[in-house]
Design a protein around this ligand. Structure first.
Ligand code: CDM
Ligand code: ATP
Length: 321
């Protein structure tokens, strides 16, 4: 009898920006205690998982040459972690993963975490696993602090090392302009730089999270803009002083406010509406302060199966510098 080979499964997964990122103390395990508000953005990666005789990872798209295709790829680590979790033999995995990247590599937008989350959702579908979202979130947390949120999407409060997620009421679609930098920043280096700055002096700290949650409930982008804050920004700017110019240029171009996204170096500019975002993007792309500009919106859903390979794909509007 012929074995039926399951059809490949494709998953679309968003990127993220931290609307609020309060970094607390360095813990004994090397992580910092966080209070953060994540918002998922319409800049996406797509990940296809398929049964194949030549297992491995292939990467195409934005920054693909900087992404490992061996066991260090977070998507492959997700394959192995899920296999172990459900008792499959890790040495005999007949899985091929194709990643189409739209999210900049080492950009502070959780691109690798997104691919890991997408792989978990894709494989659960490909292998027809009876596995709930909470159980999958537990597997996700073993892969990285940002991975559970990339499964979840939307707007959420993250605590612990960022892996503990609860949804947040958010009433509005927010319009953003992203400024991609040339080259990335390594997340551990940025946290290390913050520790160094704090040992030496008193870099600015964000306020409490409650006003941010209230602004999200009200749905007013102007209110939210006043409250965007990221403790890692001082560290990212210390490592990349040019980001100061980028942040200034976005606001000068008409954004309500700008912030370094996560550990950087991508900068995210909140705009009043979709038309303003297009205007800001056009002006910023001519200012010579970044590699490329993208217009995106959020929140959007987390990692979701988008069906067969023949389904049409929608790309976010793009403006190239
Ligand atoms: C900057 C953020 O993107 C904000 O959401 C995240 O905190 C980073 O999350 P991530 O890339 O999933 O990070 P992980 O892979 O879990 O950790 C990478 C490294 O970042 C540092 N790290 C990360 C999370 C955290 N709460 N404290 C940390 O100090 C640690 O040096 C850790 O070894
Ligand atoms: N699937 C993947 N996509 C991108 N980078 C990956 C992937 N797998 C492993 N990496 C490696 O992980 C590192 C960080 O990549 P990533 O794009 O996730 O950074 P980031 O977006 O700054 O992360 P975060 O916002 O979660 O801190 C890079 O050195 C990259 O080579």
């Amino acid at each position: 009898m012929l074995a039926v080979v399951p059809r490949p499964v494709t998953v679309r997964v968003p990127s993220k920006v931290n609307l609020h990122l309060a970094v607390g103390d360095l813990r004994r395990d090397g992580f910092h205690e966080l209070t953060t508000v994540f918002q998922s953005l319409s800049l996406t990666d797509e990940v296809t998982v398929a049964v194949a005789d030549d297992p491995g990872v292939e990467v195409q798209g934005e920054g693909a040459s900087a992404v490992p295709t061996n066991g260090a790829n977070l998507a492959w680590r997700a394959v192995e972690e899920l296999a172990r979790h459900v008792g499959r033999e890790v040495g005999e995995l007949k899985v091929r993963v194709l990643i189409r990247k739209g999210i900049p590599v080492s950009g502070g937008m959780a691109g690798g975490s997104a691919d890991a989350a997408a792989t978990l959702v894709g494989l659960a579908n490909l292998w027809k696993l009876e596995i709930g979202r909470d159980e999958l979130a537990g597997v996700a947390a073993n892969l990285g602090s940002d991975v559970p949120f990339m499964l979840h999407g939307g707007t959420a409060l993250g605590t612990g090392r960022g892996e503990s997620i609860v949804p947040v009421l958010s009433r509005h679609t927010y319009h953003w302009v992203l400024a991609f930098a040339r080259g990335g920043l390594a997340t551990p280096k940025v946290y290390g730089e913050l520790d160094r700055l704090r040992a030496e002096g008193d870099p600015p700290r964000v306020g409490g999270v409650e006003p941010v949650l209230e602004a999200l409930a009200s749905g007013d982008p102007r209110q939210l803009a006043l409250l965007l804050g990221n403790d890692l920004q001082a560290a990212a700017v210390s490592l990349r002083p040019g980001l100061r110019r980028t942040l200034r240029a976005g606001v000068a171009a008409g954004a309500l406010a700008g912030t370094v996204s996560g550990s950087g170096p991508t900068c995210a500019f909140l705009c009043a509406d979709a038309d303003d975002a297009l205007r800001v993007a056009a002006e910023l792309s001519g200012a010579g302060v970044c590699r490329t500009v993208r217009v995106v919106h959020g929140p959007v859903p987390g990692a979701r199966v988008i069906g067969g390979d023949d389904e049409p794909r929608s790309a976010p509007p793009q403006v190239h510098a």
